[in-house]
Design a protein. Sequence first.
Length: 359
Amino acid sequence: MNIGENIFTLRRAKHWTQAELGEKLGVSDQAVSKWENGQTAPDVSLFPLLARLFEVSIDRLFGYESYSYDAEVQEILAKVNNCGSTREEIALLTDGLARYPNSAPLKTALAFSLLILYRISEDEAERRSALDRAVSLCRDVTATCGDPAEIDGANHMLCRIYTETGDYDRAKEAAERIGPERYFLRTTGLSYVLYAKGDRGEFASFAAENLWKSWYSAQFLLDFMTNDALGAGELEKARAFGEARLKLLGVFDEGCPDYVATAKLFAAERLARIAKSAGDRAACLAALKRFDEFAARIPAVAASSDFHAAARNPLFFGAAAGGGEEEEYMSEVKPEILYRDYDAFFGEDEEWRAFRAAK
């Protein structure tokens, strides 16, 4: 990474505009823009001032530090993970920071160990000191680090610390600063805050919305993985992904057996195609029977005034999901059209003929 890209990253981490940085350096915003675009570079005399403003070393300004120290930092973190003692963790991390004072991973890891010390110590002064130090370390990362992932990790840790102490407003603010790239950290942080805060209504609304999004995204990805494996001829892998998707689609069946009925319908048909490709008549017939079971539910589902998937299941998602993101759209299903495509595959198979005769 060149110095212009580093200046851009560090400036954004400080939430400064190009004009604000230029004012601090005594240069124009156009000059800063040219640095960041790689058209020119800052005068060498500005390097120490830039490093002080961003609160980083000159090595970090040029992007050398993280590469130089990464292996050593990872070695320290590995020792910390295996030591089995909170106080020993703190000693190892403190020693590591003495050697690598700008390491964001070491600062965030130490903040976590100090939070654990806050929980377990019986000395009130020690507990308060541990907490203050943990907050200071995380704030230092968010203020000086140029890596968005490390900044988000530090904000997540701040969220945990503030929640632990009942400072829910600050905890929520810290979680909301986590970028969309770290959706998992942001969601778990906010859910932790809202649950600890004890506002059941707000927590239920947040949980419903994010549960829906996470659940739907997971089954959607499994569908793509099934198709990809099937297209590549990896039939066992396709079958495993397809079964996993169908299980995921059925996790709420106890409360609402017709939930996302059409998605289940398509998932069962996909499994039938996989079995057909593998020449497995028994598995194919089993999948088509499941397809038939789901198809039988569609007319009633389609006639419901709560036709939309999320709105129909208040037990699990309800209105909190804001209407959901999937809409079932099949008002009529004619399974016999699909079954004709399987007649040649099954031939004179007795079970198949009996199944078809009952339709």
